[in-house]
Design a protein around this ligand. Structure first.
Ligand code: XIL
Length: 353
């Protein structure tokens, strides 16, 4: 009787474990691995994630973020609409909160972003400005924000997404507020203001669809070449919001190498691999291979020192909101359990150099 009962208990226990593994085959395995940031630190590499400020009060969110990453960036809190409610007023509460969090947890902090044609304050886009007035506001913005964060933010996306998607020459976006009011030279002006505001900071030009060898990345290349000749830029950000299945390859290597020749670093700044929902185990495996390819690529390029994802848990991601029918783009699931993509990053970081 006793034997029978313990057999049944054993069987129930085994079934329970098996069910747990089936539902989440990676959990036990991942828990044995060192956090990503520890593996990255051993290689002098930075692994980062964008932070949704409202979730920083959630214990699990905060603990996972600080355990796994040695770099962070605000998903929205550093954007002009968030920190500049009026022409003469800055609201640094969220910025200061993130600076303190990064400092406490020994994480580098990126500043995203000083000048962009989106998420701009209403008072600015709906005002009537001369070129000089708009330049004055831009200068004031860049100077105040960079000086406020001096020593706390190590790198800035000075200008975000300035190049248009229209080939063959992909000019500076003609429909941007900044181009319309200032002119296409607003990009260079922004970098001049940033260089004077904090000469120590690493200055990035950041964009999407510029990681391959197409006409847009050519336009980015020409832009940063001009800026670099004047000593105004240090690095290029490749956002990399990509479809699951995409892999880094020869085009990315050529692009990275031509930027390296100019003396420019690269960071992957906003990586996510979106999946067409529902996410199946097979799709998650494909996604893991995409993440793996990017990590492998980064570690093979001497001028790439950071890989930053646009979030880390599927609980909070811009993808389901902006890409209909897509989601599950990050490396932890909605319950903060590591996905196969996490394992892939961990494995690549563990491999011998
Ligand atoms: C996105 C945020 O994730 C969203 O929360 C917000 O509503 C819109 O902006 N490229 C960028 C990021 O440079 O700033 C964008 O972030 C995603 C695309």
């Amino acid at each position: 009787m006793l034997v029978q009962r313990s057999n049944r208990t054993l069987l129930t226990g085994a079934l329970f474990v098996a069910a747990g593994l089936l539902m989440n085959p990676r959990v036990g395995h991942a828990a044995e691995r060192p956090p990503l940031r520890e593996l990255a630190e051993q290689r002098g590499f930075r692994i980062g994630a964008a932070v949704a400020m409202p979730l920083l009060d959630d214990d699990q969110y905060r603990q996972t973020l600080s355990r796994e990453f040695n770099l962070c960036v605000a998903e929205n809190a550093f954007k002009m609409e968030s920190l500049r409610p009026a022409r003469d007023r800055f609201d640094f509460r969220q910025v200061d909160h993130l600076c303190a969090f990064a400092q406490t947890n020994r994480m580098k902090l990126r500043g995203h972003t000083l000048v962009w044609h989106q998420q701009m304050p209403w008072w600015l886009t709906h005002g009537q400005w001369t070129r000089d007035e708009a330049l004055g506001i831009m200068k004031d913005h860049i100077t105040t924000v960079m000086q406020h964060c001096k020593g706390k933010v190590y790198a800035w996306d000075v200008v975000n997404e300035a190049i248009s998607d229209q080939g063959p020459n992909n000019p500076i976006r003609p429909d941007s507020f900044w181009t319309k009011v200032v002119g296409a030279d607003y990009v260079e002006k922004a970098f001049e203001f940033a260089r004077s505001a904090d000469p120590e900071a690493i200055l990035y030009y950041n964009d999407y669809s510029n990681e391959d060898m197409g006409s847009k990345s050519e336009a980015v290349f020409q832009l940063v070449k001009r800026l670099k000749a004047k000593g105004l830029v240090n690095a290029v950000g490749w956002q990399c919001h990509l479809d699951s299945g995409w892999k880094a390859g020869a085009a990315q290597a050529r692009n990275a190498e031509r930027l390296a020749k100019l003396g420019l670093d690269i960071s992957i700044t906003e990586l996510d691999f979106r999946i067409t929902l529902p996410a199946t185990p097979k799709k998650l495996q494909t996604q893991a291979e995409s993440y793996r390819s990017v990590m492998r690529f980064c570690l093979s390029q001497p001028n790439i020192k950071a890989l930053v994802m646009w979030g880390f848990t599927d609980k909070s991601s811009w993808i389901p909101i902006f890409f209909k029918g897509a989601g599950a783009a990050l490396i932890f699931d909605e319950q903060y359990q590591p996905k196969p993509a996490y394992e892939a990053l961990s494995e690549e970081l563990t491999k011998a150099k």
